[in-house]
Ligand binder design. Structure first.
Ligand SMILES: [Zn+2]
Length: 136
């Protein structure tokens, strides 16, 4: 039994490949087989062309901070011990934007435009959460 006390995703047939990829240490997204659009969040249809066909495709995990906030209040008891902490919206090189914590720096040292890369934090035997650190 894990002592991880924050919310966890529910694995489904649709999202399981994303989480398995994170567990293997890389980000993967659905790439539309019809138009090539990389889609995130995970969805059954392409938001660009409505095709249901796709293939899971690994991406670099590199990007830049598009925006960020620093939380000073816990909206779930599991996060209370982490205060204050940052949540960034990262513009990935391949197109999608995703939320994640920037780790390896002070919570208030994150800035828009900082180059970051994905790192992978195994929080339970099943779930590895992607986060970001300053790019090397
Ligand atoms: Zn498409």
């Amino acid at each position: 039994m894990s002592d991880y006390d924050k919310p966890l995703p529910t694995l489904t047939d649709e999202n399981r490949p994303f989480w398995e990829s994170c567990k293997a240490g890389r980000l993967s997204f659905q790439k539309c087989s019809a138009c090539g659009h990389l889609r995130y969040p995970i969805s059954p249809f392409c938001p660009q062309c409505l095709s249901a066909e796709y293939a899971w495709t690994p991406v670099s995990g590199r990007g830049t901070v598009f925006s960020y906030v620093v939380f000073h209040q816990a909206y779930h008891p599991g996060f209370k011990g982490d205060l204050p902490y940052n949540v960034a919206l990262v513009q990935l090189e391949e197109g999608p934007r995703m939320y994640g914590n920037v780790v390896g720096v002070a919570h208030d040292a994150v800035r828009i435009g900082h180059a970051v890369e994905a790192v992978f934090d195994p929080v339970t035997p099943e779930i590895t959460i992607p986060r970001f650190r300053p790019a090397r």
